[in-house]
Ligand binder design. Sequence first.
Ligand SMILES: [Zn+2]
Ligand SMILES: [Zn+2]
Length: 388
Amino acid sequence: MTMDLTFLGTGSAYPSPHRGASALVLRTEGECWLFDCGEGTQTQLMKSQLRASRITKVFISHLHGDHLFGLPGLLCTVSLQTNPNPTQALPCLDIYGPTGLRKYLRVTLGLTGSQLIFPYAVHELETLPDQSPPEGQLSFEMTSESGALHPQEQLGRRVSLDVSTDCYMLFQDKRFVVKAFRLFHRVPSFGFCVQEHDRPGRLNTELLKELGLNPGPQYGRLKAGEPVTLENGRVLLSGEVMEEAIPGRKICILGDCSAIVGDGPLKACHRADILVHEATLADEQQEKAVEHGHSTPKMAAAVALACVAQKLVLYHFSQRYKPCALQKEGDDDDILLLKRQAEDALQGSGVDVTLAEDFLTLAIPLKRLSLRYPINGLHDIETHSIIA
Ligand SMILES: [Zn+2]
Ligand SMILES: [Zn+2]
């Protein structure tokens, strides 16, 4: 199954001609999940290879405008471009985000008289006081909902923190488990972890043939985890001839933050294949960054190290940093400096650092497992994994 991640906006605070506001898309087999939706995301989508109509889920990290102002407009445009199907109801668009998001959408769509052709549901994550300074917490009055639902709105869930994992379980399907975890920012912020299920290993048919077992019903029994008896009377266990499961891919996308909160982020992001972390300002401006609830490359690198991530992708840059292609010699604010600072902090760790740019697409290849079996026996199976 192919998977890739496309950055539609990599700037902080507002969209500019050279950097869109925060938005990125995880695409799997034609289905798109949108993470954050800053102002202008719909035009960024139109400029990209992606199709807005393929968006089936939306995740909003926090309620700051540079991550959210684009959502009502995007929903309306997708609705305009969707053909009604008289014989089949359109699927519900699931939207996940902090408490307050449901009211925001209901009021915005309601006051503007916006009708959608498809239903939507907002599943709200309960925010906690340790996710922001007190002034960043929304009061009950601010988030409380009254009155009727929007005509196309379906009832969403209220998702609470699971204290045993320190994470929020958003959903799981046959391909993925998706969780959220807490971050510290000027307003409560979240990160998201998309974990693909492991793929079951395959039967080592070469080894089976060596053992004199030809394709047939016994293969099916071994695949199902049952033992079979060989002609020589030896009982062959399924685990001896099944290759190990191929680990699923893990992509973690963190919203704005100056720190992670609790054990949840490190547990969820452990051994992430890709960790997307903000780096709004350079290390020299750490004090200012933290004061505004943001991170520097060194801070992002520390999270990547603690998670044992394979690849760190930096994004959400101050608009002062132009994309590499637009930089001129002598520019004061060099985006490559941010990369170097993260690399310096990660020296010797093997963690790869990538600077996100608008419209950058990162392929996320399948992991592979190769097994070597000793010819003379079935013991001491050696395994090593290779990232393709
Ligand atoms: Zn932001
Ligand atoms: Zn923010």
